[in-house]
Design a protein around this ligand. Structure first.
Ligand SMILES: C[S@@+](CC[C@H](N)C(=O)[O-])C[C@H]1O[C@@H](n2cnc3c(N)ncnc32)[C@H](O)[C@@H]1O
Length: 352
């Protein structure tokens, strides 16, 4: 089974476990965390409850909105005083701590349930959850998934803001302040550092930092090219919060957009810089980079460049050659490769 299918089957197994305990969720239910539409629908169909969703993923919020489901797109949940909160924990301990701190602050009077899979670290969740709730009890377990109930919110529990991580972006005046669910929230990733090093000397005038994370690539560009019109975009609400914070602190008027790859990006750029995702929770992601590459010609000017970094075992060269007349490897450290792709054209695969 490929990794995408594994992630789907984990969502299904978690939904099944919740459904067989559906009496716990009657009334008004907030479903949140690392859920997808299939998980939400499977649970919402079986519980006697009005449901709403909370997600930090823009693409999932869009999917909910298209299906007429009420969804909040944010890093922390909305204030909620319904009958229960059900959280999908899919991205490990630090991301769970951030979610639970948010729920503790936003829904202090409401019983909270957390469901996850062994591969996602659910078996070590009680230790994390115990920091925020005095009573963490196992409700049910099946197919390597576990469902926990939390009661007794602790009055001395840390608030979400105290979990924000701070570090200085090397070689710049910028401070990164990001929640633990954001990519490289604690330090600069080696691939990002190589991408920053490969930025051109001259200002591109219009630049897009796509899948920007905490914005480290674009923030480095901000210092190098004071005259450059910069746009940042990402699908994750925490990434956008971190980038907006840093952009505001720098006094810059750069645009920061929620976007599923290019879905909300308008205009053309002389430079698109990308360090595409390779993982999402336990699943490997191979879909985003090909979409960044295939759509680049629509967003680059004729003299534009796509600068993209990747693990060197990922085979991006043929994808790049489908869209660009010139593809150069500008850096290779044995682990990562940075490609500079120039002279974009409509992909050959689209014209055949
Ligand atoms: C490897 S990180 C790189 C972040 C940042 N550019 C850096 O170098 O630190 C990949 C980023 O892609 C974002 N991402 C994942 N899926 C996306 C999508 N469909 N559209 C836009 N961004 C996406 C993730 O939220 C994450 O911030």
């Amino acid at each position: 089974m490929d990794e995408g299918a594994v992630a789907l089957s984990i969502q299904e197994a978690c939904a099944e476990l919740c459904v067989r305990n559906s009496e716990l969720f009657a009334g008004h239910l907030l479903l949140g965390g690392d859920l997808n539409g299939a998980f939400y629908d499977a649970v919402a169909e079986e519980v006697e409850a009005t449901c709403e969703a909370w997600t930090r993923r823009y693409d999932i919020a869009q999917e909910f909105a298209a299906g007429d489901r009420r969804a909040h797109f944010a890093t922390t949940p909305p204030v909620f005083d319904g009958s229960a909160v059900l959280l999908r924990s899919g991205r490990g301990r630090d991301a769970l701590a951030w979610m639970i701190a948010g729920v503790h602050g936003a829904a202090p009077q409401v019983p909270v349930y957390v469901v996850g899979h062994k591969r996602e670290g659910i078996d070590s969740a009680p230790r994390t959850l115990g920091t925020w709730y005095s009573d963490v009890s196992l409700v049910d377990r099946a197919r390597r998934c576990a469902l926990y109930r939390l009661d007794g919110p602790r009055s001395d529990a840390p608030c979400a803001d105290s979990l924000l991580r701070r570090w200085s972006l090397p070689g710049t005046r910028h401070e990164v302040v990001a929640d633990p669910g954001v990519f490289s929230s604690a330090e600069l990733d080696a691939g990002s550092a190589m991408l920053i090093e490969a930025l051109p000397k001259r200002s591109p005038e219009r630049m897009l930092d796509i899948a920007c994370g905490a914005g480290v690539v674009g923030l480095s560009a901000l210092d190098r090219y004071p005259d450059c019109a910069l746009t940042f975009c990402d699908v994750d609400a925490g990434a956008l919060d971190a980038t907006r914070r840093a952009v505001a602190a720098a006094g810059s008027d750069a645009r920061v957009l929620a976007s599923n790859v290019y879905s909300d990006v308008t205009g053309r750029f002389r430079l698109i810089a990308a360090n595409p995702p390779f993982h999402d929770g336990v699943a490997t992601r191979h879909d985003v980079a090909p979409r960044i590459i295939a759509g680049a010609w629509r967003h680059l000017s004729r003299s534009g460049t796509l600068l993209i970094v990747a693990n060197r075992f990922l085979r991006y060269q043929p994808l790049l050659e489908d869209v660009f007349r010139q593809v150069d490897i500008v850096n290779d450290d044995g682990k990562f490769r940075v490609y500079a792709a120039r002279e974009p054209r409509r992909p050959r695969s689209e014209t055949q």
